[in-house]
Write a protein that binds this ligand. Sequence first.
Ligand SMILES: Cc1ncc(COP(=O)(O)O)c(C=O)c1O
Length: 432
Amino acid sequence: MNFFDYHNDEMMCEGVRLGEIAERVGTPAYIYSKRALLDAFHEFDSAFAGIDHLVCYSMKANSNLNVCKIFYTAGSGVDCNSGGEFFRALKAGVDPHRIIFTGVGKTEEEMRMVLQHDVMMIKVESFEELNVLNDVAASMSNGLSEKKIAPVGIRINPDVDPKTHPYISTGLSENKFGIEASQALNAYELAASLPNLRITGIDMHIGSQITQVEPFVEACNKMAELTAKLKQRGIVLEHFDIGGGLGVSYNGSNSGSNPGSDSPTPRQFADSLRPVLKHVGCKILFEPGRFLTANAGILVTKVLYTKQNKKKNFVIVDAAMNDLLRPSLYNAFHEIKPVKKTKNETITADIVGPVCESGDFLAKNREIQKSKRGELLAVMSAGAYGFVMSSNYNSRRRAAEVIVDGTKFFIARERETYDNLVQNEHLIDGLK
Ligand SMILES: Cc1ncc(COP(=O)(O)O)c(C=O)c1O
C-alpha cells in the first residue's frame, strides 16, 4: 500500500492533505504515516513466522518517541545505540527487558545506566570492553546478596562485504565494529570467566541499505559455525542476533514491500536465511531500522525562490542539509514530488536549501514539475536517517515531526524555537 498518494491531484498522507498539515505546523516538516510504519513492521515480522524470533526496532533510524511507541506496542523490542537512545526508549514506555544495548564505544556511565534497568542484552565489541563491563557490574553489586550480572552478547565482525556505501558498511575487518571471528572463541572464554557477566548471545550487523541476501547468508553461516563450536565447549547461547541492514527502495515505491527496488523483500530475505536460522537452536533477534521507517516518512518543504543562470535552474526550498543530510553525505537519492500536481512544464533543476554550502542540496539535475514560490514539495522516503541526523547548522531550528493516523494528524515533535537554540548556553560574566 502507498500511504502517500495523490487525491484530486494533491498528495495526501493516509486521509490527510499535506497542505493542511503544512498550514498548521509550517515547513519544513517530517510527516510519518502510522499505517505505513505498522505495515512494514508486520511485513518483516510475519516473514519469519515459524522461527522463534524477536524484531528489535533499531531506533537510530528514527528515534521519535511516538515512532518507538508504535513499534513497541505492535510487539517489537528496541535496539539502542547510546545512553540518549536508551533514555528515549524508556520515555516511550519500552520495557528494558526488550532492549538491546549496542555501541562500539560505550562509556562506563552508559553501562551503569542500562545495568540499572536490567536490559535484555548488552553487546560487547572488544576484549577490553568485556573487562570494563564486568568491573562496572561488580561495582554495582552489593556483596553476594545483590550481585549485578550483565547479560552479554558478543558482536562478531564476520569480514563479509555487504556491497553498500562504504560509510554504512560495518562487517569488514577494516571497519571498527565487533571482534573478528578468529578471536571470538577466546572472547567467549574470557566472558565466561568473568564473574559479573552472563553470556546470552552472538551478534552481527554488517551494514545498512543492503540490497542482496548473499552477504547476510554468508555472515550468518559464519556465526552459526561459531555457535556450534561454542556449544561443543559448553557455552550454550540463547540469542542469535543478525542485526539490521535490509535495504529499501528509494526509487518511488512507498510500500514496505519493495516493489520496483533491487532490494529483497522481507519474504525473500527470510526464505534465504531460514535454512541456517532453523538450525542454530537459539532465539533469533533482528534489528531493522531503515526497512521499518524509510518509506513511512517524507519531508515536506516549501519553495522559497526559483532562479536560472546560463547553466542551471535552481529551486531554493526551506529544507536544507541540516534537515536531511543524506543527499549531501552519501549522495543519496530521494524522489521529490510536487504536493500539488499542476499542468506546468517539467524542468531539470537542482533543488537546494538555504545553508551556505554548495554541498547543501536535496537533489541535483532532477526533472521536476516547474514550481513557484510558496508551492510545497515532498521529499520522499525520508522516514529513516532523516530527522535523527538533522542538526542546528547555520543556527537553523530543527523541523517539526508529525504522525498521521487515518484522518487525524498529531504533532509528535514541535519545531524548535529560537530560544531552544541557546537554551544550554550562557554569556560568561567576566569574559571580555
Ligand atoms: C548495530 C546496528 N543494528 C541495526 C542497525 C539498523 O540498520 P538498518 O537501519 O540498516 O536496518 C544499525 C545501523 O547502522 C546498527 O548499527
